[in-house]
Design a protein around this ligand. Structure first.
Ligand SMILES: *Cc1c(COP(=O)(O)O)cnc(C)c1O
Length: 391
């Protein structure tokens, strides 16, 4: 075994070489890239006055997004969290229900469940996909869940378990085949948090299209951006219609009267953001190709480094490699903090994974299964610069 200092030095030298970075330059974790029609489309918005919640770019963006993902429908909204919130509401998540989701995800997944007055129920993740550990979840549900009248219940809390929300971590598809089997076996509705996985395929099918609905984010740090934005993708026509209605203050169409038939949300994506989205979507295949090339380069370079491995997509998956990830061997997990410190000090931006959600103050009392896999990953994940301009 190499000494710990030697290990840290080798990792940093390899990163420097992959990025051909000079000491003076800051290499961000991720940066948006605007080299297409962004200016033209934004100018069109300003010239025509269509800047707000209706306009031709919103319709066009929704159509093009549906076509890109292969979903029948896409509904553009203000951000990915809102997309998740509405997806869950329209998938039948009710106040007092529990919703299964990984502890290893961004806080928005749990927040959206909470907005439905439902309770996040945390499940474990696996190093194979960085997503839900399906075998472990199956065993857990056999132990804690029972089915009555076509619904799944938690025998310890008495609450209904309404849905399962996998998240495709850093763009890598979770084990969707296993997840679908669990949903079927335990009568759970599948809603995918595909916020990070636009352009990622599982067995040739776009992530976010496997269940009732999927949520995508176009925040500034994601693979493509609309400034802020999100979308619900679905193959369910009725859900898509309701999503559009609910996200536009539930306004009943009328030429002049203001009639709203339920408490809706002002979640509609403005035209100006959709204009940016149309321009970015045109470049998305190019972004993905660049990201996959960068991932390949990292992968080759880190093959020579012991004590750490570059995370690769699993067989059958095609990842967008939104964020590139190194995973430290257990023996070197103690060096994560010094790697973070030294890389950031010299301008190579790196980040650990999120603090596990079941440890956050508002979620500590939520039910959870054994999360040893997630806790182990939390100590060993290092995200490294992933922008499309790096290669
Ligand atoms: C970014 C993200 C979201 C939320 O998207 P916003 O557009 O920031 O609201 C939800 N879940 C995951 C996993 C994300 O990475």
């Amino acid at each position: 075994m190499k000494s710990k200092n030697e290990f840290v030095d080798t990792v940093i030298a390899t990163l420097r070489k992959a990025l051909s970075s000079e000491n003076s330059k800051l290499t961000p974790l991720h940066a948006p890239h605007f080299s297409g029609n962004e200016w033209n489309y934004l100018k069109e918005c300003l010239d025509t006055g269509w800047v707000s919640s209706v306009g031709p770019f919103v319709d066009r963006f929704e159509k093009e997004l549906a076509s890109f993902t292969g979903a029948k429908y896409a509904v553009a909204v203000v951000n990915g969290t809102a997309a998740l919130h509405i997806s869950l509401l329209l998938s039948g998540v009710l106040p007092g229900d529990e919703v299964l989701m990984p502890s290893l995800t961004f806080v928005a997944t749990a927040n959206a469940i909470t907005y439905c007055q439902a309770v996040p129920h945390f499940v474990d993740s696996t190093e194979n996909t960085l997503g839900i550990n399906v075998d472990k979840l199956n065993d857990y549900l056999l132990e804690i869940a029972y089915i009555k009248d076509g619904n799944c219940y938690n025998r310890f809390t008495g609450r209904r378990i309404a849905a399962l929300v996998p998240m495709h971590t850093f763009g890598h598809p979770a084990d969707l085949e296993g997840i679908l089997l669990i949903c079927e076996k335990f009568s759970l509705t599948l809603v995918e948090d595909a916020a990070e996985s636009l352009g990622s395929l599982y067995k040739g099918q776009h992530t976010g299209t496997f269940g009732k609905a999927g949520a995508i984010s176009f925040n500034g740090n994601k693979i493509m951006t609309t400034g802020g934005g999100g979308a619900i993708i679905t193959n369910d026509e009725s859900l898509a219609k309701q999503a559009k209605h609910l996200t536009t203050t539930a306004k009943v169409p009328h030429s002049w009267h203001f009639i709203h038939d339920r408490t809706g949300f002002n979640y509609r994506m403005p035209n100006i953001n959709a204009a940016l989205g149309c321009a970015q979507l045109e470049q998305l295949p190019f972004f993905i190709e660049r990201k996959r090339r960068l991932a390949h380069l990292y992968s080759e370079m880190f093959q020579q480094v012991s004590g750490i491995r570059f995370f690769r997509e699993s067989t059958g998956s095609r990842s967008n490699y939104w964020l590139n990830t190194l995973i430290l061997d257990t023996d070197y997990a103690s060096e994560l903090e010094s790697l973070l410190k030294q890389t950031n000090e010299e301008g190579i931006m790196t980040r650990p994974v999120w603090r596990l959600l079941h440890e956050l103050p508002m979620y500590v009392d939520c039910p959870s299964m054994d999360l040893s896999g997630s806790r182990d990953l939390e100590r060993r994940i290092l995200n490294i610069p992933s922008g499309v301009e790096l290669i």
